[in-house]
Design a protein around this ligand. Structure first.
Ligand SMILES: [Zn+2]
Length: 257
């Protein structure tokens, strides 16, 4: 289903959105659950994109609902698989799932269908371009999460950096974030962009989401200050502990765990 110029949502995926960008350099953003690759290829053929024509598969993050068919699609197409460095490490199985709280909560549902481990062909950096979309860092839901923004018409493919529930736009909750504070800082940055169409990782696209985005984003200064204070507090606590034990000061741990 084409929802904006050259931008299609693959229809009938079980629980998440995967986007096909047509045009001179066709690209796929996210890949659904394991076992959904065939459905994605069938839709691509339907709109005239052959597996050999696909140039890039880019991931917002490595959760199985988004990266589940990445390894399979990489084998079946000519595309290079791209993800941020942190998500690439999860995909390769070098570090645990990025979102431990969600894994704990949804464990059964997720672990029943784990994503196939694989290596990426390249790392996404902020500002990189994928088929006319710019990579925007949006850590929080997972630590290496990225979104994709097309300046030309204000389309934002947000992955799980944002959630749409009915007419509400929501930031990832505590239970669905590696770091809730980082997730909210990311939303506040997204709220600064002129977005005309928001495509979330789950649920329906949302047109003209500006007011809702600003409401959920809040002023970034306050959130960044909270994040800075937490880091400082953790650092001090670490120093106090290491002084009392006489050991070396620990390095900064994972946010929010
Ligand atoms: Zn996710």
């Amino acid at each position: 289903m084409e929802i904006a110029k050259d931008l299609h949502i693959i229809p009938d995926l079980e629980m998440s959105n995967a986007c096909l960008i047509t045009g001179p350099e066709p690209a796929l953003i996210d890949t659904g659950l394991p076992g959904e690759g065939g459905r994605i290829l069938a839709y691509m053929e339907q709109v005239g994109v052959s597996p050999r024509a696909l140039r890039v598969i880019a991931l917002t993050h490595a959760d199985p609902a988004h990266s589940g068919s990445a390894a399979w699609l990489r084998r079946e197409t000519a595309a290079r698989l791209l993800a941020s460095e942190a998500e690439a490490a999860v995909l390769a199985g070098q570090v645990p799932e990025g979102n431990l709280r969600a894994l704990w909560r949804w464990g059964l549902r997720i672990t029943r269908r784990p994503a196939e481990r694989c290596l990426v062909d390249g790392v996404l950096e902020p500002g990189d371009e994928v088929a006319g979309f710019q990579v925007v860092e949006t850590p929080g839901h997972t630590l290496g999460h990225v979104a994709f923004y097309r300046e030309e018409d204000g389309v934002l493919i947000a992955g799980d950096a944002l959630r749409v529930s009915g007419s509400d736009i929501l930031a990832p909750s505590f239970w669905n974030s590696a770091s809730e504070v980082r997730a909210r800082v990311s939303v506040s940055h997204l709220a600064d962009l002129p977005v005309t169409l928001l495509v979330p990782g789950h649920g329906n696209p949302y047109r003209e989401p500006g007011a809702g985005l600003r409401r959920v984003g809040g002023p970034p200064g306050i959130l960044e200050e909270t994040l800075r204070r937490r880091a400082l507090h953790r650092q001090r606590r670490g120093k106090r502990r290491s002084t009392s034990r006489g050991g070396a000061a620990p390095t900064d741990g994972a946010e929010g765990t």
